[in-house]
Design a protein around this ligand. Structure first.
Ligand code: UGA
Length: 435
């Protein structure tokens, strides 16, 4: 490995915190910055602000080894580092455009504090052209004797398996205008066995949006196939298996269900659609992907209504709040829309999640939250599954059969073999498969 680099990671959210800890583990000296002083204080005490498997151990061991530290003072971090990784949020504005205010504020701090040359790495998901604008801005404002180069290095990690993904990436994408800067960022990843793709900055920026949009397309596609399967009596799991065996299609992201959620796919698909609109291009497929995803949640509420009959006053146990397993993240989680839909119909909703209950407590008045799944299920008129947690799969379903008032399961994640649940005495309804 090239000698250890001095790296500042700005933004201690999912991407920043995980990347910072992983670069420290690879031997670099990393200082993680976040303006949220409380978050930094907790991190300094060894407390993680997010639920992510193995993160606490990784952070603790690298802090002890003096390779990882935390600060809320961006100036100090900029001055002491040669490589500055930007990993702040890029949410959506009301008009659909990408909100670049956090990125811009970081750029201003870099310009104000850089007294030696820097490579700025854009890990935040930003609209195409942002790297070039950032470089122009930094060169204009920073002291004239220093060299600042901006490199695009999009992140492809998934919440819930973020550390594994960082150490075992399918590919590392580096978009650079200056080959030296690109090579130095490539060297940061030298210990990883992954395909390295060097591109121009604009292509790297688009690869991130294109990848998320394509994965979202696979999900909406299989969800539409599931809806067709229901009408013709076919089984979407078998259809997906048969499709996935074709290596050109592949087996991943073909699980039908209640659609995608989280902080990335919903945001990035909408941002890409808006970016296309801004350049007068109507991205028809993407528009449909987003619409199908929205409709899939509505269809699921209708499906529950059809099975339960009159929903008003009925006790419905919703299992799973997080947008996917192994995270406590509730951002744009399908369960939230589904619970809102059920409450609108007058249902009394009892919700259980193994990790996200604390975050959910302020979200819905009237929603009763449970950390004990069996308490949530007691005397329920229907069981609704919205996140495919292993903790839900492993529940004692024989016991649940005796706890519930009506033995009805409406499974939005196709977690079980329909026959197994029928043998336990449940009416089992899932997505795109025969009841
Ligand atoms: C996603 C991408 O997978 C990462 O590569 C990317 O780096 C990240 O966004 C990002 O932009 O930062 P993530 O949002 O953590 O990662 O979650 P995924 O595991 O991709 O799942 C997204 C959603 O799709 C979940 O709600 C999941 O339940 C749903 N999904 C996934 C399905 O409905 N069906 C599937 O077959 C797969």
């Amino acid at each position: 490995m090239r000698e250890a680099e001095q790296i500042a990671v700005i933004g201690a959210g999912y991407v920043g915190l995980v990347s910072g800890a992983c670069f420290a583990e690879m031997g670099h000296r990393v200082i993680c910055v976040d303006q949220a002083e409380e978050k930094i204080a907790r991190l300094q005490q060894g407390e993680m602000p997010i639920y992510e498997p193995d993160l606490e151990e990784l952070v603790t061991s690298n802090v002890l080894a003096n390779r990882l530290s935390f600060t809320s003072q961006i100036g100090e971090a900029v001055r002491s580092s040669d490589i500055i990784i930007i990993a702040v949020g890029t949410p959506t504005l009301d008009n659909g455009d990408v909100d670049m205010s956090q990125v811009n504020s970081v750029l201003a701090s870099i310009a104000a504090n850089a007294i030696t040359s820097k490579i700025v790495v854009m890990k935040s998901t930003v609209p195409v052209g942002s790297g070039s604008l950032a470089e122009q801005y930094l060169r204009l404002l920073a002291a004239s004797h220093i060299e600042i180069q901006v490199v695009s290095n999009p992140e492809f990690l998934r919440e819930g398996s973020a550390i594994w993904d960082t150490f075992h990436p399918d590919r590392i994408v580096i978009g650079a205008k200056h080959p030296d800067a690109g090579a130095r960022i490539a060297a940061l990843h030298a210990s990883l066995r992954a395909e390295l793709l060097m591109t121009d900055r604009e292509s790297a920026e688009l690869i991130k949006y294109a990848s998320n949009a394509f994965l979202a397309t696979k999900i909406s596609f299989i969800n539409e196939m599931a809806n067709v399967c229901e009408k013709v009596g076919a089984n979407v799991s078998l259809v997906a298996k048969g499709m996935g065996l074709d290596r050109r299609i592949g087996p991943h992201f073909l699980n039908a269900g209640i659609g995608y959620g989280g902080s990335c796919f919903p945001k990035d698909t909408k941002a890409q659609l808006k970016l296309a609109q801004n350049i007068d291009y109507d991205f028809k497929i993407l528009r449909s992907v987003i619409e199908v995803n929205h409709l899939q949640r509505e269809r699921f509420v209708t499906k529950i209504e059809q099975e339960v009959g009159r929903v008003s006053g009925k006790k419905i146990a919703v299992l799973g709040l997080a947008f996917k397993p192994n995270t406590d993240d509730l951002r744009d989680a399908p369960a939230l829309d589904i619970i809102a839909g059920l409450q609108q119909l007058g249902a009394v909703v009892h919700a259980y999640d193994p990790a996200a209950v604390e975050h959910a407590s302020s979200l819905f008045p009237g929603l009763q939250l449970f950390t004990d799944p069996y308490a949530a299920l007691d005397e329920a008129d229907a069981v609704v599954i919205t996140t495919e947690w292993e903790a839900i799969r492993c529940l004692n379903w024989r016991l649940i059969r005796s706890l519930v008032k009506e033995p009805l399961i409406v499974d939005g994640r196709n977690m079980f073999e329909p026959n197994d649940m029928r043998e336990l005495g449940f009416t089992y309804v899932s997505i795109g498969r025969k009841t």
